[in-house]
Design a protein around this ligand. Structure first.
Ligand SMILES: C[S@@+](CC[C@H](N)C(=O)[O-])C[C@H]1O[C@@H](n2cnc3c(N)ncnc32)[C@H](O)[C@@H]1O
Length: 272
């Protein structure tokens, strides 16, 4: 499919699925390939006939929706964010939690193949935990895509996924299996991977830390962002931290969250 045809189709379809075209602009080739494959499967001639098909078959919209998630991730993605998280945020939220309980709870939303929650676990086990020997970290990691969750549970990665991870962490935490690096079992415990659509469901528990990076505030429209944010508030403890993508912005007029002092440009917020 020509780029111009795909762009025109995405600009028409995305708002109907409460998604934002600007979020897809740079990654559209992935979305276009999937849409093109779907059009071929249906033996249709192009996006014009696919639009007509969508008009006659409302159930096709959820199939189109399932073709859109972008699953790019990597360990220690956005180095400055994880540096600050490990050096400052984890210590502060752990100190608060340790005064009352024995578990620090974090939720990684849109966890992809596990790179984000495993990075958090490494930051804890190889860093902050030493100051809180009585405190365990448990991470709930959710994603809408069952395939990436299978990869997350397998926990083996190519070297390119680990490029930003501190080399000493890589040596301590991974074993090499030909061209793959597999995370040692001891760093996989404490993380539950669950299939969950952030638009439709919420976990029952409350969290000290929520990571919602490079998903809601990139790919969903403002009204969906507001709805999800409101629901995240019901799961984030007072004094806890919300981390969004460092290039993402919260919807205008958001209240109840303040940039974490010293992390104003990193997308790290404290809940008052
Ligand atoms: C671009 S990746 C970001 C991964 C990681 N958070 C990071 O910043 O590196 C977005 C992830 O969100 C997942 N996702 C997309 N829509 C979702 C939804 N409605 N609910 C939960 N996860 C979703 C995708 O499957 C994908 O794995």
């Amino acid at each position: 499919m020509q780029d111009v045809e795909c762009v025109e189709f995405l600009q028409w379809a995305l708002p109907r699925l409460h998604r934002r075209w600007p979020g897809f602009r740079k990654v559209r080739r992935t979305a276009c390939k999937r849409v093109s494959r779907r059009i071929q499967e249906l033996k249709l001639s192009g996006t014009r006939t696919y639009r007509e098909f969508l008009g006659r078959n409302p159930g096709e919209w959820s199939i189109l929706d399932s073709l859109l998630p972008i699953t790019i991730s990597s360990f220690y993605r956005d180095k400055a964010v994880f540096d600050f998280l490990g050096q400052t945020v984890l210590g502060e939220i752990a100190a608060n939690a340790a005064a009352r309980e024995d578990t620090l709870r974090a939720w990684s939303i849109g966890c992809a193949s596990g790179e984000e929650p495993y990075t958090l676990m490494l930051a804890w086990r190889l860093g902050a935990q030493a100051s809180f020997p009585g405190l365990d970290l448990r991470i709930l990691a959710t994603d809408v895509d069952a395939t990436v969750l299978d990869r997350a549970r397998a926990a083996c990665y190519s070297i390119s996924s680990l490029g930003q991870l501190p080399a000493t962490w890589r040596e301590q935490a991974f074993t090499r299996d030909t061209d793959r690096y597999c995370l040692r079992a001891e760093f996989r415990t404490g993380i539950d991977f669950c299939l969950q659509d952030i638009r439709l469901a919420l976990p029952p528990e409350m969290f000290h830390l929520i990571l919602c990076r490079n998903l809601v505030f990139t790919y969903f429209d403002e009204s969906t962002q507001r709805q999800i944010l409101e629901r995240l508030f019901t799961r984030l403890l007072s004094g806890g931290a919300l981390i969004i993508g460092h290039r993402e912005v919260l919807p205008p007029g958001t209240t109840g969250l303040a940039p974490w002092p010293g992390a104003e440009r990193l997308g790290i917020y404290a809940r008052g």
